[in-house]
Design a protein around this ligand. Structure first.
Ligand SMILES: [Mg+2]
Length: 122
């Protein structure tokens, strides 16, 4: 599983203090074997890397994200607090895993030779 986690106001607040449960949730994801990407609209990603490393918060990579007022994504969870988001992320990851398996199956079926009767018009 993979998680892409926003930094400001999700991992740390505007005073640079870790939000309650953020460190623990990220450690939990890593303990489960997840790949954790941190994303931020900040210019200086090195500062984020230092802060996370100094506080024993594991991650795999940090990426710039575009600055936007709204993010529209079919695999997103609206962050409110870590107590509610952590369980939701795990449930969404399980759903995503099933969806990925279904997509893989569909792609495999796409390359099978089909009887003409099986091909339905759109
Ligand atoms: Mg943010």
């Amino acid at each position: 599983m993979t998680a892409c986690i926003d930094y400001d106001n999700t991992i740390v607040d505007w005073d640079e203090k870790f939000l309650t449960g953020a460190k623990e949730a990220i450690r939990h994801f890593k303990e489960k074997g997840w790949t954790v990407f941190i994303c931020s609209g900040r210019y200086d990603l090195a500062e984020i890397s230092k802060k996370l490393t100094r506080n024993d918060v594991p991650f795999d990579e940090i990426y710039h994200k575009p600055r936007s007022d709204v993010f529209i994504d079919d695999r997103a969870i609206r962050f409110t607090n870590w107590a509610s988001v952590k369980g939701g992320a795990i449930a969404l990851a399980e759903q995503s895993k099933k969806t990925s398996e279904w997509i893989k199956e569909q792609k495999e079926n796409r390359y099978k030779v089909k009887d003409e009767k099986e091909i339905e018009p759109e």
